[in-house]
Design a protein around this ligand. Structure first.
Ligand code: PLP
Length: 441
């Protein structure tokens, strides 16, 4: 029935003729189930959102409690305790400079709000010429036109060039193919020179620099060292531009610390959070910012300085209540520390099964993310011809073997819910290895 009515995201619908969609009837923990009784390990945490497993009992209970009390209410002119509590929790987890929480309902919307807040700050403080944003060439920040104008990956952006705001894209870190011949473990980020130059040259018209800290997810699971972030914070400060850190995918423990920016000990002017915030239960996002920004909007109504931005489901109580329970789980179960041996096990398994394979270019990991970049030739690091769809074919093989291991081009990545066990990690990596064998060996 689906094929006659539904248009799926990020999918060539013609593919569905040969590769039917998985009909997910139910889900529990790391598993998805179809009506025939087959199970699939959710190896990508349902697009990076799920932390504590599907239908997590604590989260479902919190949702049911909230559903009996308050479903949703307009968030202008009202407030409610789920939002208040969540704001308190987020403040407690982030640097003291971040004092204000703005709610939205998805990642792209949070990025748009941060962009508008940044530009509005300069406008409200008399710097009308500061209208530009700089982003990295492998960055990804969402699909709406403002957020898309900060994305590097041409597969998503090329078509829309004529209708997007014109922002500035800068060559960023590319540690696997480092043009400086350095290593991410030891370098001092000489590649920052491109950003340094772009920020200096555009300082007068620059509103903010936007980046994903430490791991660029959709841009190819590129991982770069904290020193780059430190330089970015110093440089934006020196040139009087904001720093917007997009922790939508990195946040909530995915990189091994609660937030990736902690590893560089930097605090941005705006932090965008979403994805894991409700552990994949309901859509929710926030922008965190500081008093300095907030004060630039705080004035008598007639000065027309208010931040005129809203979404219908802003501050949804059901989502906020679940997010509060997510924060409780982090605290009660010492998640960050409990995760550590698990992600080390994941890395070790992937190394064990994939190291030395004739098409493995690089195995890279940060926290609970492990990516395997497949290439035509590891010696030259030349990719496969994209038309062969190597990664996609491996994904299809993995589905047959019981894992939803959605590829990103020719990169296979393991980004499971944190509740995965060590044995399940081994099963998953074995499925991946068998699937690679079926396609390449
Ligand atoms: C997913 C993602 C977004 C966009 O979030 P949506 O909820 O899909 O709009 C933005 N930035 C990053 C880093 C992401 O991974």
């Amino acid at each position: 029935m689906d094929r006659h009515t539904i248009w799926h995201p990020c999918t060539q619908m013609k593919d569905v003729e040969d590769h039917p969609l998985i009909n997910v009837q139910s889900a529990q923990g790391i598993y998805l189930f179809d009506p025939e009784g087959n199970s699939y390990i959710d190896a990508v945490s349902s697009w990076w959102v799920n932390l504590f497993g599907h239908c997590n009992p604590r989260l479902m209970a919190a949702l049911k409690r909230q559903a009996d009390t308050l479903d949703h209410v307009i968030f202008a002119g009202t407030t409610h305790s789920p939002a208040e509590e969540l704001a308190e929790r987020l403040m407690a987890l982030t640097p003291p400079e971040l004092t204000r929480v703005f709610f939205a309902d998805n990642g792209s919307a949070a990025v748009e709000a941060a962009m508008k807040m940044s530009y509005g700050y300069w406008h409200n403080t008399g710097r009308l010429e500061k209208t530009k944003f700089i982003a990295l060439d492998s960055g990804y920040h969402g699909e709406t036109l403002g957020a898309l104008s900060l994305c590097g990956e041409e597969l998503y952006t090329n078509l829309y060039g004529p209708i997007m705001p014109q922002n500035i894209r800068v060559q960023g870190p590319d540690c696997y193919r480092c043009p400086y011949g350095e290593h991410r473990e030891s370098c001092d980020a000489p590649c920052f020179e491109h950003m340094e130059r772009a920020v200096a040259e555009n300082a007068d018209s620059l509103s903010a620099v936007v980046a994903e800290p430490l791991v660029q997810f959709a841009g190819g699971f590129k991982m770069y060292p904290p020193v780059y972030l430190k330089k970015l914070r110093a440089c934006t400060e020196a040139h009087n531009a904001h720093l917007i850190l997009d922790e939508i995918a990195t946040g909530f423990g995915r990189t091994g610390t609660m937030f990736a920016a902690e590893q560089a000990n930097v605090c941005a002017d705006f932090v965008c959070l979403s994805k894991g915030i409700t552990s994949g239960t309901l859509p929710l996002s926030v922008v965190l910012t500081n008093d300095n920004i907030y004060e630039a909007y705080y004035a008598d109504y007639t000065e027309l300085k208010a931040f005129m931005h809203s979404h219908s489901y802003t501050g949804n109580p059901l989502a906020c209540a679940v997010a509060c329970e997510v924060m409780d789980i982090f605290r009660d179960e010492d998640v960050i520390n409990v995760n550590r041996p698990k992600h080390e096990h994941l890395r070790a398994c992937v190394e064990d099964r994939f190291h030395g394979h004739a098409n493995v270019g690089e195995i890279r990991s940060t926290g609970f993310i492990c990516a395997v970049e497949l290439v035509a030739d590891p010696a030259t690091r030349d990719p496969f011809d994209w038309k062969q769809r190597t990664g996609f074919r491996i994904y299809r093989e993995a589905v047959k073997r019981g894992a939803l291991l959605r590829n990103l081009g020719d990169i296979l990545y393991f980004l499971p819910p944190y509740v995965i066990t060590e044995t399940e990690i081994e099963t998953l990596v074995d499925i991946a290895r068998e699937s690679v064998r079926a396609v390449l060996d």
